[in-house]
Design a protein around this ligand. Structure first.
Ligand code: PFF
Length: 454
């Protein structure tokens, strides 16, 4: 290829806009809901350390590869992989891996939207003072009642998908960028306020110790592999998001520096979320290893017993809604770009078609908590099955494909041109990571999650 390609759907207006949009995609339910509970369940410090190593050694290199493919291809993930593969003298069939990434994002959004809906419901509960002076059984029943009511879940799922579709329909600069400019800094401010509130409990040191004091005796092989899987999910790797967001990155921006910023912001926010949550949990003698119920059951119990608990609980769940929303829009964009390019559909129409399709698939998740909770295949409901297939099969496979694609398939000169660096030691380390280290590590997670290892 002689001429660099131009993006078909516009560009980020600045480096900051891209960093915010991509960090907004990365920071989400994974950071605030999932990270604290899996860290809590796996003993804290040692798990956190392994997770940090995974982000540094595998997450950042693969993210760089994904953004690179996007920017060089300037098309939707499937088409970009097809173009780049041909450019390096290989088969166009690699596009199927791009398609798999797009499909993963589409399917993840279908349940992500339902869970984001829980957070909206909890903003209202918190604001009404529903957690005040309640015991554990009462708080548990609040949660069970919410998920048992299909109408509640349906209403919020519809609301999240409507808002997501409206923003994506407006396009890169007027939709995605404007939304993150408002929501991302607000979310950041809210989390800092909440950390301040946690410091005030007098149990902050307990939280710090829990997150940063490594006790390797509690670290299991399963936890190591969970840390790796989570590093992918939290950085939004392997769902086409970083590829499509990369397609809108102006040519003068350094992929290495933006990838570092995104990973640092994402990691800091996960740690801050832990520091906002665990001191409250410890201050009330509650259980840090409560699992998925940590923020929907344990935390409301703590808020309910604290000064200004009503205000801070409302702010907490509001922060969660904002974090989830900037991820939701990033999950829809790859499918929308794919539809626009493949069938020459205008953005608004493509956004509505994809939004409605995701909404329809999401109904499966809505009903899997109530009316269809006994409909299982291999012991999994629609929601748990979808979560399993996307997180444990699709994401590792796509992550593996991206590493192999950049490491083995793409010509070195193209990689160097896109990264704008010399053929020196750093480049060699990056390439070896993608060629060997990442495939071996990701392959291990994949086999493990299929039950073949461990
Ligand atoms: N990274 C998001 C989170 O941590 O919640 C989840 C996510 C968003 C995964 C976008 C994948 C993605 F493409």
């Amino acid at each position: 290829m002689s001429q660099p390609r131009e993006s078909l759907h516009g560009q980020w207006s600045s480096k900051l806009a891209f960093i915010m949009a991509a960090s907004g995609a990365a920071v989400g339910l994974g950071n605030i809901w999932k990270f604290p509970y899996i860290a809590g369940k796996n003993g804290g410090g040692a798990f956190v350390l392994v997770y940090l190593v995974c982000v540094l050694l595998l997450g950042i290199p693969i993210m760089m590869g994904e953004i690179l493919i996007g920017r060089r291809g300037r098309r939707n993930p499937a088409q970009s992989m097809a173009l780049l593969s041909e450019e390096s003298g290989h088969s166009k069939k690699w596009q199927w891996l791009g398609t798999l990434a797009i499909l993963s994002g589409f399917l993840i959004l279908s349940y992500y939207s339902v869970i984001a809906g829980w957070a909206i419901d909890y903003v209202f509960h918190a604001a009404k003072g529903a957690f005040l002076a309640k015991n554990a059984a009462q708080i548990d029943s609040l949660f069970s009642q919410m998920i048992a009511n299909p109408w509640t879940l349906l209403t919020y799922h519809t609301l999240v998908m409507l808002a997501t579709t409206v923003v994506v329909a407006k396009g890169v600069e007027s939709g995605l960028e404007k939304a993150v400019y408002v929501m991302f800094p607000t979310m950041l401010l809210l989390i800092l306020i909440l950390v301040g509130y946690a410091i005030d409990t007098g149990y902050f040191a307990h939280g710090l110790k829990f997150l940063f004091h490594p006790n390797f005796s509690v670290l299991t092989p399963k936890a190591v592999l969970m840390a790796l899987g989570h590093a992918f999910f939290t950085l939004s790797i392997a769902t086409g998001t970083m590829m499509i967001y990369g397609a809108y990155v102006p040519r003068h921006i350094s992929i290495v520096s933006v990838s570092l910023y995104i990973a640092i912001v994402d990691t800091l926010i996960a740690l801050l979320a832990g520091l906002a949550i665990f001191p409250l949990v410890f201050a009330h003698g509650l259980e840090p290893a409560a699992g998925p119920g940590l923020i929907f059951k344990t935390l409301p119990l703590a808020f309910g017993a604290m000064h200004f608990g009503r205000v801070f609980a409302t702010l907490f769940f509001l922060m969660l809604v904002f974090a989830a929303f900037t991820s939701a829009i990033s999950l829809l964009e790859p499918s929308v770009a794919w539809l626009m390019e493949t069938y020459h559909v205008k953005r608004a129409r493509a956004a509505w078609v994809c939004g409605i399709a995701v909404w329809l698939v999401g109904l499966g998740t809505v009903f899997s908590f109530n009316t269809a909770k006994n409909w299982t295949v291999f012991g999994k409901t629609f929601f748990t099955g979808l979560d399993y297939v996307t997180a444990n099969i699709f994401l590792p496979l796509s992550g593996l494909a991206i590493a192999i694609f950049c490491g083995w398939l793409m010509k070195k000169e193209f990689l160097l041109a896109e990264l704008g660096c010399d053929d020196g030691l750093m480049f060699a380390c990056w390439r070896i990571t993608l060629k060997i280290i990442a495939p071996v590590a990701v392959g291990a997670v994949f086999l493990y999650s299929l039950g073949i290892l461990g």
